[in-house]
Ligand binder design. Sequence first.
Ligand SMILES: [Zn+2]
Length: 282
Amino acid sequence: MRSRPVGKIPSPGELFLSRPPRTVSERVKSKVFFAGVLAVIITAPLMGQCKDINSRSMAEETAFNQFTLDEDRLQGEYASLGFETMLRQGGKSARRIYDKAITDQLVEISRRILALAPESARSFKFSIGLVDDSEPNAFQLGGGVILVTLGEIAEAPSEDFVAMVLAHEFCHTIRRHRTAFLTRLKLAVTARAVDARLAALHDEFEQEADIFGSRLAVAAGYNPGSVIARFREKKSKNWQLRATIFECAAAGKSLEPEAMSFDFFAIREHARKLLAAKGSGK
Ligand SMILES: [Zn+2]
């Protein structure tokens, strides 16, 4: 069996060390590359549309869940160990890898976001792992285990984009979506409930993760501009709604344009090289 595949695992409290939101001077100090164009953001007409979305509170009750917090953590551990098998079943052969440079950068972004997370987030020991898959994706396996593919880093237009993705996954964890879903699944089998209800639950959880995740990342100083742009490109109603949710998180806020710090630029290049090496069969 492969050894424990997680990247750098900060101690439980470590990810919560308070980090102030990013400032302009900090960006300049870290040799900012401006991603340009996507400065955005969003003003008055949207505010009415955002009223419902922005009135949601992360302190509101979570979905019905028959699992304990310890079981959330165990779910994460088990899923983490069986992750590669799970990928193989889906026809993929991607492996977990460890890369210090990328992991350190993801942990840094995570700290900024989690510093602003509600108290309930402290029940989870967050860890960030990497998967050497070129397809952009991120997963949370429950209990705080988050996985990000190299493709997600390699294709991210900015650090801000990755921050939005991570914050979305953190909110799935904090809101305990995985075990809430398993709870419903368990009950659905006995009640022979239809798949449609589970699909609706899935959509509801995605929406929660978008609403609270975008809010956290924006509070940490990140700009959702490129996420919004990407969602707007996809024409379906669902993607348009998701774009609106991210716009609402930024509505009325004055955010710096998306920028790419030197550190992020470097790890993105690094992720691309790792994928290219894999592609050439090395
Ligand atoms: Zn999600």
